[in-house]
Write a protein that binds this ligand. Structure first.
Ligand code: PLP
Length: 413
């Protein structure tokens, strides 16, 4: 291999990012800390191989070893979720969803999905996303009273619009998503049922949320959120949809698969099948509930009044109507608390400003924090937002965040 001079410029940046991740609080609900084994596979020589096609049916030579890795990933994820078929090649959750639409529907078909401003994802019909440009999305939301999915509305829209597909799943919804009523309504109107488990795949694998696999035609998810694997997507389906799904991923949407990432997915599926992962999933939810309770104690209103999963939504309006989600996020960032702004149901502000915050516990739980630390975090958030823009207070909180994080290094030396 030719010698190349050490790339200080880039590797210094990576070192600084590792330091940022280790010294600030990672509360973004879609993030986690992968294991060293997952990172080792992601950084392996498998990145060198072209493997267009599927195990046993490749377009290039030299794939007999890679085939074993992709086969292992497929078998492990099928066993983990009890699925009939798995495609582990989607580069991301968005690609997985797009492949399902392309494989099972025609452009222009009607799809019923969750409103984006009430928790649904861009790939569930946003006008700026391919899903919204190619398909006719109709949206359901949450009830005004308890801010949970409005199944009366789902049923009413399904019967009126006769969608070809119903999509369940969300990117900002703090409650259990029961797959059964969706499956029943889909069956009543003859629609396919896609469950997008991007956020909660780890909670399902860990046994703390109901599995959609027995109820849905197709389940998509990301491998990097609560499942704690490498950045990527995955599709599980009934056997009858296997061919259509596989053809839509390749050659329909993607070229060569990222076999180093697929190997890392295999590692993550192995880790998620261990008993310790069930303990982890339960701890994520317990932590989130402790954080919710402590934030409510500080006077914050939580969307739906609390949480059943790894994330919660703070509605800032009743706390201080002058603080937007964006302003709050920027202030917390300065204090070393990393999270994102998010719309709340019927948000008067636009999606890039918002009136809410989304806070997740998947990463801090991996780092080893438990309920006591959640109460500390709630106090720190309250201090920053209670004296918004006060640089001294931000600096004081930043110091306490540093001290807290130093006790829970995600990657101990
Ligand atoms: C995160 C997410 C996705 C997309 O995942 P990417 O890997 O970012 O493309 C899709 N659907 C839902 C519900 C998500 O939360």
């Amino acid at each position: 291999m030719p010698e190349s001079p050490h790339d200080h410029e880039l590797f210094d940046i990576i070192e600084r990012e590792v330091e940022r991740q280790s010294t600030t609080l990672q509360l973004i609900a879609s993030e986690n800390f992968t294991s060293p084994a997952v990172m080792a596979a992601t950084g392996s020589a498998l990145t060198n191989k072209y493997s267009e096609g599927y195990p046993g049916k490749r377009y290039y030579g030299g794939n007999h070893v890679i085939d074993q890795s992709e086969e292992l990933a497929r078998n492990r994820v099928k066993a983990l979720f009890g699925a009939e078929h798995a495609n582990v090649q989607p580069h991301s959750g968005a690609s997985a969803n797009m492949a399902v639409y392309m494989g099972l529907l025609q452009p222009g078909d009607t799809i019923l999905g969750m409103r984006l401003d009430q928790g649904g994802h861009l790939t569930h019909g946003s006008p700026v996303n391919a899903s919204g440009k190619l398909y006719r999305f109709v949206s359901y939301g949450v009830t005004p009273s308890d801010e949970r999915i409005d199944f009366d509305q789902v049923a009413e829209l399904a019967h009126r619009e006769r969608p070809k597909m119903i999509v369940a799943g969300a990117t900002a919804y703090p409650r259990i998503i029961d797959p059964e009523p969706f499956a029943r309504i889909a069956q009543e109107v003859g629609a396919l049922f896609l469950f997008d488990a991007a956020h909660i795949a780890g909670l399902i694998a860990g046994g703390v949320h109901p599995s959609p696999v027995p109820h849905a035609d197709v389940v998509t998810f990301t491998t990097h959120k609560t499942l704690r694997g490498p950045r990527g997507g995955c599709i599980l389906s009934r056997a009858e949809h296997a061919d259509a799904v596989d053809k839509a991923v390749f050659p329909g949407l993607q070229g060569g698969p990222l076999e180093h990432v697929i190997a890392a997915k295999a590692v993550a599926f192995f880790e998620a099948a261990q008993p310790a992962f069930a303990d982890y999933a339960a701890a994520v939810v317990r932590n989130c509930q402790a954080l919710a309770e402590a934030l409510a104690g500080e006077g914050f209103r939580l969307v739906s009044g609390g949480t059943d999963n790894h994330l919660l939504l703070v509605d800032l309006r009743s706390w201080n109507s002058d603080i937007s989600g964006k302003k709050a996020r920027l202030a917390l960032d300065r204090a070393g608390i990393t999270l994102n702004e998010n719309t709340v149901p019927d948000d008067p502000r636009p999606p890039y400003i918002t009136s809410g915050l989304r806070i997740g516990t998947a990463a801090v739980t991996t780092a080893g924090m438990r309920e006591q630390e959640m109460r500390t975090i709630a106090g720190l958030i309250s201090r920053v937002l209670g004296s918004l823009g006060d640089a001294d207070e931000e600096r004081a909180v930043r110091d306490e965040v540093n001290a807290l994080c130093s006790k829970f290094p995600p990657y101990p030396a």
